[in-house]
Design a binder for this molecule. Structure first.
Ligand code: ADP
Length: 412
């Protein structure tokens, strides 16, 4: 019995998947959109996503809130299959974005755990409240099953203080819980483990730099299976250039805009998080559109790609210095897995660091883990498809099998 129903509940969407924690094979995957809004829809795919025999059904639905969304998900399983009653579910695994300093790993959902997730809402106002709404709706719908939470931040709680602290006034930092938390933890930990397996090494002997390049993007230095530094901070704004976010920027830009452009806090938040990054520089958020514009000779697209890959190289260099020995650089997520242009620009001219990719291998398209390193490279460059649902299912099973070993940490 290793089937887990994984639920990722956002403010207006809910994604779900029934996945076998042992094999990673999904029996069904679904998405409910526009929760709380008119014109909602549910897309349910029965069978392993993208594989032959998979059947996709789309329904127009209205889901006033997360409770209705979970009911619609249940209806999809009953009417379209596979019937959840036949799936012998071991548990339900929930994704929660912000676990603060209390969760260094997955935990069983209890009233105390829900209270802590709620207390952390200040740090992740757009994410923790809908994550919690999804947990509560699922608990009502499946009262007899164990519910487990897997946090995006948990993998990074292993960062040493020198990486997790800002050089901010200590009293202010403590009072407002301001530190570097990092995100995309389930993806980074999954990909780092896959890399070690591919290299035929133990996690504890493997050092990798993971570049998770999706709409949001982050880099993590993983030493012996543990995150020792990551590019996102208190929020997902810090670090790499992203689809719509600036990444690293002098914080004084916000002060300057406030004093000299009369911008308010919400306007600056919107500017940095939703109107900058690739969208702000090139006019395109989607990397495929940026590359198309660049191929057509658009100078803004050229600058955007240059900013994007230059920032990546700066993080590669600093994580190389921090890690000392690096076994592999790993590209993952939408852009990392699918864009040979971004990989080539990022890794070109790094031979002196023992890194480099083979242009022909870089262009190959095949499923699974790929080694795209050049023959002479000391450090492997790998492309590894991420699978956050599988990682959530795997961690959920760890808790189900040994709940006592997974408790919230005491307050620091
Ligand atoms: P998220 O989960 O953060 O929303 P994904 O990991 O799905 O994002 O990645 C989305 C990004 O992947 C988009 O910017 C999209 O342009 C990019 N992407 C997908 N396929 C390609 C491709 N073939 N070439 C370049 N970028 C791609």
């Amino acid at each position: 019995m290793t089937n887990v129903l994984v639920i990722n509940s956002g403010s207006s969407s809910l994604k779900y998947q029934v996945v076998d924690a042992t094999t990673g094979i999904a029996a069904a995957t679904g998405l409910i959109e526009r929760i709380g809004l008119a014109g909602g829809r549910l897309i349910h795919e029965r069978g392993a996503a993208g594989r032959s025999g998979a059947e996709t059904t789309e329904w127009q639905i209205d889901a006033a809130d997360h409770t209705v969304a979970v009911e619609q998900m249940q209806r999809a399983f009953t009417e379209l299959g596979p019937d959840l009653a036949d799936m012998d579910l071991a548990a339900i695994g929930h994704r929660v974005v912000q676990g603060g300093a209390r969760f260094g790993g997955p935990v069983l959902v209890t009233e105390e755990v829900k209270q802590i997730i709620d207390d952390l809402a200040d740090l992740a106002p757009l994410h923790n409240p809908p994550n919690l709404a999804g947990i509560e709706a699922a608990q009502r719908a499946f009262p007899d099953l164990d519910h487990v939470v897997v946090f995006d931040t948990a993998f990074h709680l292993s960062m040493p203080a020198r990486a997790s602290n800002y050089a901010l006034n200590a009293a202010v930092a403590r009072q407002y819980r301001i530190r570097r938390y990092g995100f995309h933890g389930t993806s980074h930990s999954y990909v780092a483990r896959q890399a070690a397996q591919f290299l035929g090494k133990r996690d504890s002997d493997t050092n990798v730099i993971v570049l998770h390049l999706g709409n949001g993007a982050s880099a993590t230095a993983v030493a012996g299976g543990a995150s020792i530094d990551t590019s996102m901070g208190l929020t997902p704004l810090e670090g790499l250039v992203m689809g719509t976010r600036t990444g690293d920027i002098d914080p004084a830009v916000a002060l300057y805009l406030s004093r000299h452009a009369g911008m308010g806090i919400d306007e600056i938040d919107d500017l940095f998080n939703r109107r900058s990054g690739m969208l702000g520089v090139t006019g395109h958020q989607d990397m495929r559109d940026v590359i198309e514009a660049w191929e057509a000779g658009n100078p803004d697209a050229e600058l955007g790609l240059d900013l994007y890959t230059y920032r990546l190289r700066k993080y590669l260099g600093s994580y190389l210095a921090v890690l000392g020995r690096v076994d592999a650089v790993v590209f993952t997520a939408g852009i990392g897995e699918n864009s040979p242009d971004i990989r080539l620009r990022t890794m070109s001219g790094l031979d002196h660091l023992g890194m480099g990719i083979d242009p022909a291998r870089n262009l190959e398209r095949k499923p699974g883990v790929r080694d795209i390193s050049s023959e002479s490279a000391r450090v492997r460059t790998l492309v590894i498809p991420t699978n956050e649902e599988w990682e959530i299912a795997r961690q959920t099973m760890e808790v189900v099998l040994a709940p006592g070993e997974h408790e919230p940490r005491a307050l620091p």
